[in-house]
Design a protein around this ligand. Structure first.
Ligand SMILES: [Zn+2]
Length: 245
């Protein structure tokens, strides 16, 4: 944990008085990021016990205005005179003028993409331990993958140079003369460039157990660009990567 992260954690836990901010339990407390895309400031974090953490809704508004407000489903049900938590949430949405169906769909989508991302991270973790290489453009730390901004820029350049008519050899030479090292600090070769141009991970696909899985986030190149590059590889007699539909 970095110094900033430790300071943030301390501040948020202090504010929460070392209790779950929903049910006041002191057990298995965790930092919960309310809006995953939001800034790393105390206001965007909550402290939750393990049980509340696993049930927290992903929509930041519902989290703050509904989930945190009632310390248990029972309380929400009583307040809204509802027979189930879902009915209570429905009534809450109606009261606030929110489309309940839309929220439900959004919630499922987010949970699915989080599950996929977790699976992917887990896979990367296993790969990391097994001594495989983490692809250029990504960092791997504490069992988590993240985008390496500097390297991601190079990946984007490689794709656009290739589409603009540069050969893989040209690109390797350009990077070497710009003194940009490879992931292992070595020099670029045609093969390294080819590997980057065919890696589906850059456009949000992941090979897992022989299957191609879609994931969200950690995308460096857009799908359209990736497809165009594969077409070009095929035209030039190479073996492209076939994306599933
Ligand atoms: Zn709790």
């Amino acid at each position: 944990m970095s110094e900033n992260e430790a300071r943030l954690k301390e501040e948020v836990f202090k504010r929460a008085r070392y209790r779950c901010e929903r049910c006041w339990s002191r057990e298995n407390l965790k930092m919960y990021k309310i809006d995953p895309k939001g800034k790393d400031i105390p206001e965007n974090y909550s402290v939750l016990c393990g049980s509340c953490y696993s049930k927290a809704p992903r929509n930041p508004f519902i989290f703050k205005e509904f989930f945190l407000r009632f310390s248990s489903p029972k309380e929400a049900m009583e307040f809204y005179d509802a027979d189930s938590e879902e009915e209570a949430l429905k009534k809450f949405c109606k009261e606030r003028g929110i489309d309940f169906k839309k929220i439900q769909i959004e919630e499922r989508k987010l949970m699915r993409s989080e599950a996929i991302k977790k699976g992917m991270e887990r896979c990367a973790e296993i790969r990391g331990h097994a001594g495989f290489n983490i692809p250029y453009g990504y960092n791997y730390k504490d069992g988590k993958l993240s985008i390496n901004e500097e390297e991601a820029k190079v990946v984007k350049d490689i794709y656009s140079w290739y589409l603009s008519g540069k050969s893989m050899q040209d690109i390797a030479e350009m990077l070497n003369s710009a003194k940009i090292p490879t992931k292992r600090g070595g020099i670029w070769a045609k093969k390294t460039i080819s590997g980057i141009l065919k890696n589906p991970m850059y456009c949000g696909y992941f090979r897992r157990e022989g299957k191609i899985t879609r994931f969200h986030g950690l995308k460096i190149v857009d799908t359209d660009t990736f497809k165009k590059v594969q077409e070009k590889l095929k035209e030039q007699g190479g073996k492209p990567f076939e994306l599933p539909l």
